[in-house]
Design a protein around this ligand. Sequence first.
Ligand code: PGA
Length: 249
Amino acid sequence: MRKNIVAGNWKMNKNLQEGVALATELKEIVSNPNCEVIIGTPFIHLATVSELLKDSVIKVSAENCADKVSGAYTGEVSAEMVKSTGAEYCILGHSERRAYYGETYEILKEKVQLALANDLKPIFCIGEVKEEREAGKQNEVVKAQLEGSVFNLSAEDFGKIVLAYEPVWAIGTGLTATPEQAQEIHAYIRGLVAEKYGNEVADNCTILYGGSCNAKNAAGLFANPDIDGGLIGGASLKAEDFKAIIDAF
Ligand code: PGA
């Protein structure tokens, strides 16, 4: 059966000392969760936080990696480098990366392949913007995002990916998709995976919801059959808030 996961996405928050403090606090309060717990941190935290959490139940993720193997790409961080820190996951295709850093389907396809080649598990984000939702195009959008960047993978590699449905209009806005809206599109996404890779791969695929998920709405979202946890931004920055979402399972 597929895993339930609660993953934090710190984004560009917390300096190294603040990040270490938060990870230390989480290590103390998160034990025996009914789901896998991941924290996604900025690159500079990865090595320290991975070492700090190595005997805990909490796993560590990067928030991005380069679309190139190595070499003259000043300022970039490769998937191999991420792996060498002890991180196990890598968030890819976040809507902020797509919108502000021009990450196209093609670029993301490269990043996903490099992450997998370096034994990192991608948490691949998809989701529509407000205008697309209002025009009823959300299904088309997520289908194109999957076809453009991950449906080229073998079934074996696809099986290593976690998907995160994050409606862009719900990210950081306080607007959340209703559990019904989220369940509907998660079921659609699982259906697309089943068409492409068959029922077994689809059944085993963890699909997270993200977008203003918090301690109050998490249980209602996670109660749905196709919602296997959350990718949490703002509410992952305080240990108590994040713990309360983990406890929703
Ligand atoms: P949010 O962000 O929880 O702050 O809305 C979620 C995300 O962008 O992953």
